[in-house]
Design a protein around this ligand. Structure first.
Ligand code: LLP
Length: 418
């Protein structure tokens, strides 16, 4: 479910007219629905209640403080991948005991801060990383909790760039090396191996790959148990897909029905790391038509938002539904919706049937809440857009539009050129 709906020809986010937000903040901008975020989080919590999971929202999908605070208020923890994300979690008062830290390239500084903060565990991606965490924890006189991210070697039937669970990918530790580490864990005096972690990819719309991966983990756990090795946590990662176009993804309940029996069988404490499922359909990107261009061969709706604001279509060929914010009777044209960036790859949608909108009319790019703003950039020296959170009748800018001052901040012409 999501709370972006048409009422009398006008798109609303909850009880707020999208056009009113555009009037207040200008375009382009991201708009998030509080209600939708809470609905998605609670659906997961309820569906998986039998294992009472710690739901650690994958902050990489959306790091907006309003979004994070909303989710923390409803019991979420966070899956983080950098010091910046840790700082954001602390800023909104997240419980460190609900924070897990992934990333194949954690730096010494990041590891030390996370140990000091007292996070639930590091998701460790390689043997040298484990050795490094052990070394840093020893220097600090601490014992660092870790889960070993295993690579179950399961293909996830998703876009090549976002499948992670096969040995072709850089993620996780192969099963043989994981077992060796667990057997030799006494060698790592400043590490406590608390659990195992898997994450096989993103935008996965069937439960089969998840089941395949979890079955592998269960087999592995049984072989560990037979050797007297016991662990406490199983972190099953994220990856649940959403509807962008015509996908028929599993609901939280269907997903739970499929994998709960296996999770219960492990007897372990469960951690989950959903990102997209919670925030994907809880956000839209709103942009304004600048020109309708017809070159005799093709039509282009040129809008003020571009690939620097929302890169998913250009980078992954991702489909996002695009709808006018106000329904109109204007005749329909087939057009590419393109931005102002100087690249042919700068498009939000191709060959879309849309009304021939006029300059100044608004378009909403749907399902843009996950991996939208967080992947935006200043390419073409453009200001990053604002992010707005709606709750009922209220809305607030949770991140301001950048200014030209922000764009030049920290830049100088070297003295030797003056
Ligand atoms: N846990 C780990 C260790 C991850 O690497 C990810 C996502 C997640 C959880 C959350 O996955 P989700 O539930 O959101 O699928 N930029 C791409 C997606 C990259 C996903 C990276 N890892 C996109 O726009 O589709």
């Amino acid at each position: 479910m999501h709370d972006f709906k048409f009422k009398k020809n006008e798109l609303y986010c909850e009880d707020v007219k999208v056009a009113d937000v555009a009037k207040a903040v200008g375009t382009p901008f991201y708009l998030y629905s509080h209600n939708t975020l809470v609905d998605h989080l609670t659906k997961i919590q309820k569906a998986f209640a039998a294992v009472n999971p710690t739901v650690c929202f994958a902050m990489k999908s959306n790091g907006n403080l309003g979004v994070l605070k909303t989710l923390a208020n409803y019991g979420a923890g966070f899956d983080i991948v950098s010091m910046g994300e840790l700082k954001k979690a602390m800023k909104i008062g997240a419980d460190p005991k609900k924070i897990v830290f992934a990333s194949v390239g954690k730096t010494e500084e990041e590891i030390a801060i996370a140990i000091k903060t007292g996070i639930l565990f590091f998701n460790v991606e390689s043997v040298p990383e484990l050795e490094e965490i052990n070394r840093i924890a020893k220097k600090m006189g601490k014992v660092a909790p870790v889960a070993l991210r295993i690579n179950p070697d399961v293909a996830a039937a998703t876009h090549n760039h976002i499948t992670t669970g096969t040995l072709k990918n850089k993620f996780g530790i192969d099963l043989a090396s994981t077992k060796k580490l667990l057997k030799e864990q006494k060698k790592f005096k400043n590490i406590k191996i608390s659990g195992l972690h898997i994450h096989i990819g993103s935008q996965i719309v069937t439960s089969a790959p998840f089941i395949a991966a979890i079955k592998k983990v269960i087999e592995f756990l049984e072989s560990l148990r037979s050797e007297g090795i016991h662990i406490g946590y199983l972190d099953i990662g994220g990856g649940m897909g959403i509807i962008y176009k015509d996908e028929n993804p599993q609901t939280a309940q269907n997903y739970a029905n499929a994998i709960l029996p296996y999770l219960l069988k492990t007897g372990l404490k469960i951690v989950m790391e959903p990102g997209r499922f919670i925030v994907g359909n809880a956000g839209i990107f709103v942009t304004k038509v600048l020109y309708l261009k017809d070159n005799g061969f093709k039509k282009f709706l040129i809008v003020d938002g571009g690939m620097n604001d929302l890169i998913r279509p250009s980078l992954y060929g991702a489909y996002h539904e695009i709808v006018p914010v106000k329904t109109t009777t204007a005749k329909t044209v087939k057009a590419d919706v393109v931005g102002p960036i100087c690249e042919s790859g700068d498009f939000l949608g191709k060959e879309r049937d849309l009304p021939a909108l006029k300059k100044g009319e608004l378009l909403a790019v749907m399902s843009a809440g996950a991996y939208g703003y967080v992947m935006s950039s200043n390419y073409n020296v453009r200001c990053r857009v604002p992010e707005v959170l709606v709750k009922g009748k209220e809305f607030a800018v949770t991140k301001k539009r950048e200014t030209y001052y922000d764009l030049l901040k920290g830049e100088t012409v070297p003295g030797f050129l003056k």
